[in-house]
Design a protein around this ligand. Structure first.
Ligand code: SAM
Length: 221
């Protein structure tokens, strides 16, 4: 079994079980047109987090790392009428592209993008009226994952779900001598979760079109 098998199996299931809405297809095209990197979640990952949000009956979602809004739209499509999602993004081109994608999907009333470095915008969320999140998706710069999980635990409601993406990094997560800042960030993040009484977590490894990686699911105690 190899990368080719993983991609073909992913394609098989995507066609059968997790077809993208026309809004999501548009996001991928428009992202490409605007030169955004193809580092969004895959359709099965997008649908999986959206289903978790649906199971949770989430009404108040925080996302760290918007890119073109692909995962944002998967999540927002599950929100009830009065549900809200706020998403944080540092790159102005990504923000502009995401806003266009969100408007095209007709989700502009539910989604707010906040432009800026997440470590600067996270402390402003409460005063902007965003708090008590019941679902949080962490998917930005991995070196800052330790800070993001601290913020997520502080801003989440009891019982909230936190999903943190790209935690396996092709298996590098177990390399304690790694000099890669992203691996170092993820290792520190795992240490925090293993010690913090507010967090109960599980890590799942994944394979697919985007290789070998994984995510951590946390339930806030
Ligand atoms: N969640 C998106 C999706 O699946 O469609 C993908 C997000 S992409 C992996 C990571 C995003 O985080 C990029 O758009 C990048 O510009 C953004 N980012 C990187 N550093 C950031 C920071 N310090 N603050 C906010 N966003 C940041």
């Amino acid at each position: 079994r190899n990368d080719h098998t993983w991609s073909s199996v992913e394609q098989f299931f995507t066609e059968k079980l997790q077809p993208e809405s026309k809004n999501l297809k548009y996001v991928r095209k428009n992202n490409q047109r605007n030169g955004l990197p193809e580092i969004d979640v895959t359709p099965p990952q997008g649908k999986f987090i959206a289903m978790l949000a649906q199971l949770k009956e989430a009404k108040n979602i925080l996302e760290i790392g918007t890119l073109g809004g692909y995962s944002t739209i998967w999540l927002a499509e599950t929100l009830p009428q009065d549900g809200k999602l706020v998403t944080l993004e540092v790159d102005p081109t990504h923000v502009k592209t995401a806003q266009k994608n969100i408007n095209t999907a007709g989700l502009e009333d539910k989604i707010t993008i906040i432009e800026g470095s997440a470590l600067e915008t996270l402390p402003t969320l409460k005063e902007r009226g965003f708090s008590d999140f019941d679902f949080i998706f962490i998917d930005a710069d991995k070196p800052n994952n330790p800070r993001y999980i601290e913020w997520a635990l502080a801003l989440a409601k009891k019982g909230a779900i936190i999903i943190s993406d790209n935690v396996v990094r092709d298996g590098e997560v177990i390399n304690k001598n790694s000099t890669d800042e992203r691996v170092i960030g993820v290792r520190k993040f795992v240490d925090i979760l293993s010690e913090d009484q507010r967090a109960d977590s599980v890590a799942l490894q994944t394979v697919g079109e985007k290789g070998y990686d994984g995510f951590v699911l946390t339930i806030v105690q």
